[in-house]
Design a binder for this molecule. Structure first.
Ligand code: PRT
Ligand code: ZN
Length: 287
C-alpha cells in the first residue's frame, strides 16, 4: 500500500487559513475541514488532520501525525519530543509580560519579584523567571488573561501580543518580550525513509513558495548607453535578461529582486535612467 504523510493543522483559529493556503500554494488540493477531523489530498500522498493547536505537539510526538503546523509558543510550552525544522513566516506574535499602564516598571524585570503573574504559558514564564533569578507566583489561566490585573487576580500578565490593542484596551503596557513566535513545521523524530522522502518533496514545494513571496519579477526599459550601470544593480537568478526594444537605442531588462533591498534598488534604477518599471509577483521560484 502506498504510504501517506500525515500532517496536523489547526482545525479553526488563527493558523487554520494560512496553513490551508500554504498547502494550496504547494499544489495540494485538500477540501476544507472545518467540520471534519481529517481530509485526504486528491493529488499528493498526504492526509490532513484538523486538531486543536495545543494537541498538535503531542500527536506528532506520538506519531499519530508525522508532521504538524503550530506556533512556536505552543511547541516550546508543551516541551514535547518533536523536531522544529522550518519557520513558515505567518502567525507571527510575541509572548510578552505586561503590567498596568500606570505602574512604574523602569525596564527592570526585578519589578516582578514576589508578584503574581497570570498566564496560559506557565512553563515559558517559569523559565524566564528562573533565567532572571526572580521569585514570582504564576497563576495559570486558560483564557482572557488580559483581564486578570483588572479583577485583582494578578499584578502582571504574560500573553501573546500582535498589534498590542488587547493590552491597550485593558489598561496594560508591554514591558518584556520573552519569546518571538511564528508558525513552524514540526516533525516526529522517527520518520520512515519513505515518509522522509515525501516530506522532502513537500519541503521542496514549500521553499519554492516561500522564496517566491520574498522576491518580485521586475521589467524595465533602459537606454542602451545606461545598460551596464542598470544591469550592475540587478542580481537576477543568474544574470538579468536583456532584449532589444522595437525603438532603436533602447532595451527591455528583466530580473528578480529581493523584497529586502527592493526600494533601494528601484531608486538607483530610476536615477540611472530606467523607465516603465513594472513589478510583478512571482508564484513559485525554483532555483
Ligand atoms: O482552538 P485552538 O486551541 O486550536 O486555538 P487557540 O484559541 O488556542 O489559538 P488561536 O487560534 O487564538 O491562536 C493560534 C496561534 O496563533 C497561537 O498559538 C499563536 O502562535 C498565533 N498567534 C498569532 C496568536 C496571536 N497572533 C494573537 N494575537 N494567538 C493569539 N493571539 C491573541 C492573544 O492571546 C491576545 O488575546 O490575540 C490577542 C492579542 O492580540 P493583539 O493584536 O490585540 O495584540
Ligand atoms: Zn489552543
Amino acid at each position: 500500500m502506498e504510504q501517506k504523510l500525515t500532517i496536523a493543522i489547526q482545525k479553526s483559529g488563527r493558523l487554520h487559513d494560512d496553513s490551508m493556503k500554504l498547502l494550496k500554494e504547494c499544489g495540494i488540493d485538500v477540501s476544507n475541514g472545518v467540520n471534519k477531523l481529517k481530509a485526504e489530498a486528491s493529488n499528493f500522498p498526504i492526509e490532513v488532520y484538523f486538531l486543536r493547536d495545543d494537541d498538535i505537539p503531542q500527536y506528532v510526538e506520538d506519531a499519530v501525525a508525522d508532521i504538524g503546523i503550530v506556533g512556536e509558543n505552543v511547541v516550546y510550552e508543551k516541551k514535547k519530543a518533536v523536531e522544529v525544522f522550518d519557520k513558515l513566516g505567518f502567525g507571527k506574535c510575541r509572548l510578552s509580560i505586561a503590567v498596568p499602564r500606570n505602574e512604574n516598571y523602569e525596564s527592570n524585570p526585578n519589578y516582578l519579584q514576589g508578584k503574581r503573574i497570570a498566564t496560559s504559558y506557565p512553563v515559558l514564564v517559569q523559565q524566564y523567571l528562573d533565567d532572571n533569578l526572580i521569585n514570582a507566583e504564576i497563576h495559570e489561566i486558560s483564557g482572557s488573561v488580559e483581564i486578570a490585573p483588572g479583577i485583582g487576580l494578578a499584578d502582571a500578565i504574560c500573553d501573546l501580543v500582535s498589534s498590542g490593542s488587547t493590552l491597550f484596551m485593558n489598561g496594560l503596557k508591554e514591558v518584556e518580550t520573552i519569546l518571538q513566535s511564528q508558525a513552524v513545521l514540526i516533525k516526529n523524530n522517527l520518520l520512515s525513509n519513505e515518509k522522509q522522502a515525501l516530506l522532502e518533496k513537500l519541503l521542496f514545494r514549500i521553499h519554492a513558495v516561500k522564496k517566491a513571496k520574498n522576491n518580485k519579477y521586475i521589467l524595465l526599459n533602459a537606454p542602451n548607453e545606461k545598460l551596464q550601470e542598470i544591469i550592475s544593480y540587478l542580481p537576477g537568478m543568474k544574470s538579468p535578461t536583456v532584449l532589444p526594444l522595437a525603438e532603436t537605442g533602447w532595451s527591455s531588462v528583466h530580473s528578480v529582486l529581493n523584497e529586502n533591498d527592493f526600494w533601494e534598488i528601484i531608486e538607483k534604477l530610476k536615477h540611472a535612467g530606467a523607465q516603465g518599471i513594472l513589478v510583478i509577483p512571482i508564484e513559485k521560484m525554483i532555483i
